[in-house]
Design a protein around this ligand. Sequence first.
Ligand SMILES: Cc1cc2nc3c(=O)[nH]c(=O)nc-3n(C[C@H](O)[C@H](O)[C@H](O)COP(=O)(O)OP(=O)(O)OC[C@H]3O[C@@H](n4cnc5c(N)ncnc54)[C@H](O)[C@@H]3O)c2cc1C
Ligand SMILES: NC(=O)c1ccc[n+]([C@@H]2O[C@H](COP(=O)([O-])OP(=O)(O)OC[C@H]3O[C@@H](n4cnc5c(N)ncnc54)[C@H](OP(=O)(O)O)[C@@H]3O)[C@@H](O)[C@H]2O)c1
Length: 502
Amino acid sequence: MLYIDPKTCVDCGACVAACPVGAISKDSKLAADQLPFVEINRLFHEAHPGASRPVQAIVPSLIKLAEGDTPLRVAIVGAGPAGMYAADELLKQDGVEVVVYDRLSTPYGLVRSGVAPDHQMTKGVDKLFRHIEDLPGFHYALGVDVGESVRHADLAARYSAVVYATGASEDRPLHLPGANLPGVSSATRFVAWYNGHPSYDNVDFDLSHRRVVIIGNGNVALDAARILTTDPSELAKSDISDVALTALRQSRVEEVVLLGRRGPEHAAFTLPELVGLMARRDLQVVVASEIPPAPEWADVQLRHKLDLLRSLPTSEAAGKGGRRIVLQFWSSPTHLTGQDVVEGVNIRNSATNPTVDDGPTHLSAGLVLTSVGYRGSLVRDLPFDHDKGSVPHQSGRVDGVPGTYVVGWIKRGPRGFIGTNKSCARETVNSLLEDVTSGALNAAPAAGHLPTLLRRWHPDSLDLAAWRRIDEEEVALGLLHGRPRVKKLSRVGFSRGSEVTR
Ligand SMILES: Cc1cc2nc3c(=O)[nH]c(=O)nc-3n(C[C@H](O)[C@H](O)[C@H](O)COP(=O)(O)OP(=O)(O)OC[C@H]3O[C@@H](n4cnc5c(N)ncnc54)[C@H](O)[C@@H]3O)c2cc1C
Ligand SMILES: NC(=O)c1ccc[n+]([C@@H]2O[C@H](COP(=O)([O-])OP(=O)(O)OC[C@H]3O[C@@H](n4cnc5c(N)ncnc54)[C@H](OP(=O)(O)O)[C@@H]3O)[C@@H](O)[C@H]2O)c1
């Protein structure tokens, strides 16, 4: 949510045109389902009158490379938001070249393989990434798994600095009895599957039962619940994977229950996501039991969230029929039941207040998804904090490995929005630039024309032109079918400059 102070704004409208995700809009031009944000904004600013806010447009300080220097060449590992924002920050400097590596043949990380297909506006941040790709000094080496086909020592020998932006793509495991039963999976896998991530195109989800239970109630759980309950003919207008669309067309799922182990005041989904969900006319959103009034300590946003939850019908009061999402609180799963396949979840009422009513203590389900957060995976050759699932660092500088930096989810853990990675990238790049200024980093160790060197170092990798061809082909296919794009391509079969084949 954005508030533009009318006393300061000169109303030139440039921000409206520039915002890559179309997030800036005049209140008079909001669609009906966005109108609740006017009131949410009003309440917020009423509660925080004149609060000082951080400066939004910080002008980067420019560093000066020594006269006649070869360029400062930086390898960025990971082409998700954090990697792209880091490239953007670095390319504000003169004499810098970056090579963005990704293990996949397609860039943009979770913007492509995480953000839900029914949130196409959010995926529109790719317009900003295209702009970054066009900056002088930007290069891709896609389809290169760093740590496998190329090691950290190779990169360190060829570049002045290496920035890891590898994200946090693993599940946080939930160790419950029965968790290994067929029919128990994770939202991480489900999300990657419906978004056409090439490593998940042959996983299966049993959608032949009436109910799915999701453990956890963060925004990812909400995404998965929406995709399971949205009319497939609507999803067919998005860039959802064809494999998932076919399966969802045959789905018998009518109800998705989200289990939160704590009360609604601690629900992990955010207010804008709840507003968006409640605006949906094609599915019912209900609560498993009455929601108590907001606690004393609740701030204005939380009060609003709880008011919205209190306005929802309970599952008992709501009529039957149609697809629905049930929000159930104070419910800790104790084990997953079933002999050969999962049949349901046993639940313990985890309310501290014994008078608080919980939902049912056993829920039958044909599919159970755990959605209890993501986790970073070990980055080969770097130190790793196994408890946090991230790389230990000081302001982005990796502990004990000079010239090596981290940014994004592998630095901060799996929290925050796409935009959060912008300020995170600024911090890391500022550390890197300080190290240039102090003489701790050398100019590019390997001399030569970078595109030529890249062809020699990674002959099978894809460059920007190759990615643009894939992109054009996907978008063109999408146009034929009334979709933003058709992700028909797997990792196998891409090659530099060739026809793109499956
Ligand atoms: C399911 C889901 C939905 C989300 N939806 C939204 C949303 O709607 N709005 C929003 O603001 N935020 C959303 N987020 C949060 C947002 O996606 C993250 O903040 C952001 O993607 C983190 O950026 P990152 O670059 O650190 O990681 P990632 O986006 O995960 O990018 C990491 C990249 O590194 C690459 N990589 C990993 N290992 C290697 C290796 N060894 N060698 C080479 N490349 C490698 C990966 O292939 C990937 O491309 C969502 C998150 C999830 C999980
Ligand atoms: N539309 C969007 O903007 C969007 C979409 C998707 C994701 N994201 C962002 O991406 C990040 C990750 O989202 P996420 O949903 O994966 O994580 P999350 O917001 O951290 O939610 C994790 C959920 O799992 C629960 N949980 C954790 N451990 C548990 C356990 N042992 N037993 C039962 N429940 C457990 C948590 O409950 P407790 O709170 O009780 O720990 C919480 O409900 C978030 O910052 C999110 O906002 C944004």
